[in-house]
Design a protein around this ligand. Structure first.
Ligand code: EPU
Length: 415
């Protein structure tokens, strides 16, 4: 298992290019199952989760021609409408094939993902949505089995905002008979990106990006060419790292408008934030005041940046709270930050953080965003930090050590 060895402290300075969004690439790859014609996706991030989704598609019968950030996926026929435990256990987003396989093949069998490092994460809202569309859904031997000769449009009200739940329902509804309305739909830019791809494939979708999405089912979809939206979480991670290291970083090839909740907070702590076109420049120096943050569905502060912000908060002057409202167990980074000298008290969904100088230590990554938080902490800490299990990081960040080193950091991957 690879490790990162970071010599700190570092001051990040320069330009970094953002890759395509992992959480948009995954549903876009799942969407290729809806047509027999080839779909070409560009700006795919080179991360482990994208490779896992390609394995899932390959298992189903996809022919994939992938090179660097581009993949052309053709699924002339569905050979096996299922996602086995071996694949789903490595990436729960594999459940995104439920909707498209059901719509295209009329039946699907997908392993239940089970809990993960950040919470229980059930998929009951996905299943309720598919049932509303007329599917017969049962759970047997750890697998979800769903059947429907033709899905029928329906009104679906999500009890809680769910990103992949909204995506699964939207994917299934594209080929349903009649109109589907999704209420309390997720509004994340990744949903809008998926809708953009589906519309380019011939789907009829309105309202993506709002909490009511209307899908008019069509008989069939066709091939297309689509550029995946830039990764707002990767961009936000570098923006936070710039402020944490009191650096000066231009985060380029991103969509600054997708990061308003973060840029507002960065400005509030006294960082100089400039947005122009596809770039976000963050500069910070000296003592910065503590600032409270609470996660919320988009356009609120992303839960996927909570851990990174917590690392930044350890270097702010005074006491601040970080509140996690989306997942019940997303504070595994806290115990590791404490090993680095952080003063953080956990009270249920709150982390109370008191600014304090960090020192390098041996720490363990527990999930994707927690790993990014430990990297940021390692960059600000005095001395050497070793982060074990960086395979978590590789699931969602493309070449992070190279990008950081180009900004002046000293990060070594030890294999
Ligand atoms: N929930 C349920 N039942 C469901 C679905 C969700 O109770 O059927 C709950 C979840 O347990 C959670 C909340 O609803 O408490 C919201 O979860 P959501 O369904 O929105 O999460 P997700 O779709 O499984 C996606 C991202 C996550 C990101 C969340 C929240 C992908 C592939 N994953 O997960 O990304 O944290 O939305 O924004 O899009 C990451 O990239 O590190 C990551 C975890």
């Amino acid at each position: 298992m690879d490790k990162f060895v970071i010599d700190g402290p570092a001051r990040l300075e320069g330009e970094v290019l953002v890759s395509g969004a992992k959480n948009a690439a995954l549903p876009c790859l799942a969407a290729t199952l809806l047509t027999a014609e080839p779909v070409r996706l560009t700006n795919l991030p080179r991360v482990a989760d994208v490779r896992t989704m390609q394995k899932v598609l390959g298992h189903v019968g996809a022919r994939i021609d992938a090179e660097r950030e581009t993949a052309t996926v053709a699924v002339p026929e569905i050979l096996s409408a299922d996602a086995p435990y071996e694949l789903v256990k490595t990436m729960r987003a594999s459940v995104l094939v439920l909707g498209p396989l059901l719509a295209r093949a009329g039946s699907v069998r997908v392993s239940l993902p089970g809990g993960c490092a950040i919470g229980v994460r059930p998929i009951d809202f996905h299943l309720a949505a598919l049932r509303k569309l007329g599917a017969e859904v049962s759970l047997q031997h750890g697998y979800v089995e769903a059947k429907a000769s033709r899905l029928r449009g329906a009104d679906i009200v999500f009890e809680t905002v769910t990103v992949t739940g909204t995506e699964n329902a939207m994917l299934a509804a594209t080929l349903a008979d009649g109109t589907t309305q999704l209420f309390n739909a997720a509004r994340e830019p990744e949903i809008t990106d998926l809708a953009r791809l589906l519309v380019s494939m011939g789907a009829r979708i309105e309202g993506a990006g709002t909490d009511r999405i209307v899908v008019e089912g069509v008989e069939s979809l066709h091939g297309s060419d689509h550029e995946v939206v830039p990764d707002r979480i990767e961009a936000g991670t570098y923006a936070i790292a710039a402020a944490a290291t009191r650096g000066d970083v231009a985060v380029r090839r991103c969509r600054p408008e997708h990061l308003r909740a973060l840029t507002t907070r960065l400005t509030a702590i006294g960082a100089d934030v400039q947005l122009s076109g596809d770039a976000l420049r963050v500069r910070a120096e000296g003592a910065l005041p503590a600032q409270d943050v609470a996660t919320a569905p988009y356009p609120g502060f992303p839960t996927d940046l909570q851990a990174q912000w917590t690392a930044l908060a350890t270097g702010l002057d005074g006491v601040s709270t970080v509140t996690e409202t989306i997942f019940e167990n997303r504070f595994h980074h806290v115990a590791e930050l404490v090993r680095m000298g952080a003063k953080i008290r956990l009270e249920g969904r709150w982390a109370v953080v008191e600014g304090y100088r960090l020192t390098g230590a041996n720490v363990m990554a527990s999930d994707l965003r927690a790993s990014a938080a430990l990297v940021i902490a390692g960059l600000t800490a005095e001395g050497q930090t070793t982060i074990e299990r960086v395979y978590h990081l590789d699931r969602g960040y493309s070449r992070m050590e190279e990008k950081l080193n180009a900004l002046g950091a000293a990060v070594r991957r030890v294999t």
